[in-house]
Design a protein around this ligand. Sequence first.
Ligand code: ADP
Ligand code: MG
Length: 764
Amino acid sequence: MNQTKTLKIRGMHCASCASIIEKTLKKIGGVESAQANYGNETLKVCFDETKTNCDELSQKIEPFGYSLIIPTAKDMNMSESEHSAHLGINQSKQEKLSELKDMRNKIYSIIPLAIISIFIMAWDISAQLKVLPEMTVFWKEFFHHLLPVMATYALFVVGKPYLLGVYRFLRYGKANMDTLIGIGTSVAFLYSFIVGAFEESLKQFINVENVYFDVVIVVIAFIALGKYLEARSKLKTGDAIEKLLDLQAKTALVVRGGKEIEIPIGEVVHGDIIVIKPAGKIPVDGIILDGSSFVDESMISGEPIPVEKKSGDTVVAGTINTSGSFTFKATKVGSETLLANIVRMVEEAQGSKAPIQALADKISGIFVPIVLVLAFVSLVSWLIIGTNYLGFSQALSLGLVSFVGILVIACPCALGLATPTAIIVGVGKGAREGILIKDAGTLEKLHKVNVVVVDKTGTLTHGKPELVSVQNFSNKTDAEIISILATLENKSEHPIAHAVVSYAKENKINLSTVNNFEAVKGKGLKGNIDGILYYAGNVKLVQELNLSFDVKLIEKETLKGKTPVILATSEKILAIVMVADAVKPEAISAIADLHKLGIKVVMLTGDDKNTAKHIAEKVGIDEVVAEVMPEDKLNKIKELQSQGKIVAMAGDGVNDAPALAQADVGIAMATGTDVAIESAGITLLHGDISKLVKAINLSKMTMRGIKQNLFWAFIYNIVGIPLAGGLFFPFFGWVLNPVFAGLAMAFSSVSVVGNSLRIKVKKL
Ligand code: ADP
Ligand code: MG
């Protein structure tokens, strides 16, 4: 049996780590697919349980300096809060924090050394430019002995991860960013050490003044500082999940054996009666039995105004009661709650790869070996070509400077961070606004959408129609008519059905029983009551029965946006009932906003033409396709796509599932606790269409961030490598000092992560 797991990875230092891990795992028998993500340091792996297991996977990558954080069996016995530990979030966060502390301590120790080195370098240069006098012989000698000691500490203590990178390269032939830095700094160190040790005998061949201990110290200091700042901000990119987990209550007040007792959240079971006091947190999902209140659901839906809840309404875990109090029955607990689903979805989306990342991945996969080759080519070129013009001694020192410079500046880490960090922040920001994104690919596609297709009922209108009038053509009483209709509708899930049934209930009209009930797709329904076959539905249904029907009977009402429900037998029309569904006020401004973004809006509905037109005019829709059968909705989307349009479809996710799946981006408008996560790429909580505009803005913002990131990541390398290699030396006399290479490299990843974090504070 194949199973898919998302696990945290320890020891990732750059994007090429991701490709090393992926390549290694894919070679193991039984592994179907493996996706490592440097952004949130997770692995999504699919493998055959009978052939391999997580422990083996972890062992296989251990020689290269990585391991998997594998949840223990104890954690698997989970409630939601434990579940998060099972996903490795809390655990790895603790680890990350202590790793960060360790990094910080090393930074504190190396910064003073770097400052001393920079001071000496600056003095040297100033003396050469005759700005300052030469250092006295005493100080020269002093630093001459001090620098090697400091460099030894820098390389062997602070730079240990880089040395390990060199070791793994020599032993297993795998190279990552640590390898590049490690080779660069250790070559500089080794050269300086040899020159220092054999100063007298080497004097005649080379300039023994040129040693690079200071470079080793400063480069390692900058890289370590960059890595530390990067790790710190990276932790911030993923804090959306943590904030969601914090919403989870730890305990619940349940009624058991007639008494209210407080129990840990993990012990709440289906059907438990839970008591909510004023200002209490809702611990699990459920339905209110008794009492009423306003509940603040902003943490989940992004809606700032508390929602009124009374008996029969649903409440969800993680939301907060205001001043009333009520009891409710638990219907979803543990990992079934909406909150748990959101957390899982956010986590998976954050770990998924956007198509735009493919290029960066490809490049970072081959980048390290190419850079190694480039660095050697540059060193050799200096020695061969440079010696002719500058003499061996100077060519060697410039060659070494180039060699180290190229290795240091050409680190693929900004490249690897460019996409995932922006995706992590974007997906997390969405979740806080009630915009649930299934994967990075969806977020990427959304910004290109130019047609939005919307369903009328529930998307543009409230989706809670009310029965407004009854035209009776039979010899039955109105109450009898309603009773028959409501008996039929009682079996249906359509919003119209709810309108009829609740009208019957409110007016205390009794329902009878129906036999051979059948829904007539796109038209209505039919069923047998007391031996008579009744039909109820739209004009199409009546036409199917070949009953003569005068449209004038309904035209006046449908032109005002009401929907007709015709009750008939196979012989005659008995009555026409009108239901009306109010337009959501936010729909009007949302459609206007979509237009401002240059997006065309098409309305698709199975409802009456006139009704649809009326609503469309009210909200300002461009194109209406009414009286369509469910499969036509799908075809309309295909038609738009064949015209080269990128189509997003927003619907209720239940009967619109095929259309949602066909659209480039399927957007489910969720109500209550039902999250149609499977069929849609994006789920908008609380069925609010104005969130669609926000979602598109979020997508645009994220993509812009990614493109900026990629640009900067590439530019550093495109400019940095030739500069460091000395390509400009013959023309301008420029060679990039490795110290600046270190600075640039540190700056590049920090700026990429910083740029991604900006998305968090921008307004949607
Ligand atoms: P939509 O979701 O756009 O209304 P449907 O295919 O669900 O599309 O329904 C198409 C039309 O069929 C409805 O607009 C309504 O006129 C009629 N219909 C469907 N179900 C019912 C029902 N339970 N009672 C009355 N009419 C119905
Ligand atoms: Mg529908």
